[in-house]
Design a protein around this ligand. Structure first.
Ligand SMILES: [Zn+2]
Length: 307
């Protein structure tokens, strides 16, 4: 941000040299990504809804909440509806700085897994989804609030995907009623539809998923675009986060970046898969920290505003 101020300062100095008082120019407010706000408001508002599986009333209420927040922060909100095996699915995305430059998409899934199938005790219960769902959404919503649109060099979309987390389950798990289709679902159903229906090819897609763990270890993900990972992890190191953004490969994930990679789009998955509560009933808000959300948010804000 400070580097952005330099040209304006020099310009004003030049005006003074020829003896004219500069006209006052409005200075855009500098807002930094606030991890406390992301946690206190955006994680908690999602958790208040209870589990948010695809097709549920809570899922649709969250889609409405996301769209309302985007509009409040000055973004153009778009909804995208589809049906998959009889279940309604809704993606929501926000656009800003349209036409400014090549498109960058940041994405997160907002649905939560309807069955905690990694939970030894309660595998039929839904996942609360504090980290696996709410953390990524909270980071994107706080970015919607904090990003300085005038500093952006790119058109930016914030995409909130439905139906990421039903892979290997079926419609009976989702609808809890009979009769239902027992065919197993794919992962990233909403994102696949979104990627297949893009009208412009983004320069980059960055997915955030499970990034809120208080014990945060984010490694390079093996299928992701390597130069873009290196760029973002270098920003993290400059911000003092190299303990949490670890510049080594560890996991190879199929996630919401995959539908974009399959279409030749440069995409990365920022994910902390070292999370013992993954797909269990223990994925609750006490496992997520404001500091973890802040690190991810500050890296993304710095990247977008300093380009
Ligand atoms: Zn999941």
């Amino acid at each position: 941000m400070l580097r952005k101020l330099a040209p304006a300062f020099l310009w004003l100095s030049g005006i003074w040299l020829i003896g004219c008082a500069p006209a006052p120019t409005p200075t855009p407010a500098i807002k930094n990504f606030d991890g406390d706000y992301a946690y206190r408001v955006f994680v908690n508002e999602q958790m208040k809804l209870g589990p948010r599986p695809t097709g549920s009333a809570a899922n649709r209420a969250l889609a409405d909440y996301i769209a309302a927040q985007l509009k409040q922060f000055g973004w153009t909100a778009v909804t995208q509806d589809l049906q998959y095996r009889g279940v309604p699915i809704r993606n929501v995305y926000g656009k800003i700085a349209e036409g400014r430059g090549p498109l960058i998409i940041l994405g997160a899934h907002f649905d939560t897994r309807p069955r905690a199938d990694q939970d030894a005790k309660n595998p039929d219960q839904p996942v609360p989804g504090a980290n696996d769902g709410a953390s990524g959404v909270a980071v994107l919503l706080e970015l919607a609030r904090a990003l300085n649109a005038s500093a952006l060099k790119n058109e930016v979309w914030l995409a909130f995907f439905d139906a990421e987390d039903n892979g290997e389950l079926n419609a009976c798990d989702l609808l809890q009623k009979q009769p239902c289709d027992t065919t197993r679902w794919a992962w990233s159903v909403g994102t696949e539809y979104f990627a297949a229906n893009l009208t412009a090819k983004p320069e980059f897609v960055v997915i955030v998923d499970m990034i809120g763990d208080a014990d945060q270890d984010i490694y390079y993900e093996m299928s992701s675009d390597k130069p873009l990972q290196e760029q973002l992890w270098a920003i993290a190191a400059r911000l003092g986060y190299s303990q949490n953004f670890i510049a080594q490969f560890k996991w190879n994930m199929e996630d919401d970046h995959t539908p974009f990679l399959r279409r030749g789009i440069r995409a990365i998955d920022i994910i902390d898969f070292d999370y013992p509560y993954w797909h269990t009933t223990q994925d609750t808000a006490d496992k997520v920290s404001a500091a973890s959300l802040q690190r991810v948010g500050r890296v993304l804000q710095t990247w977008l505003e300093a380009r």
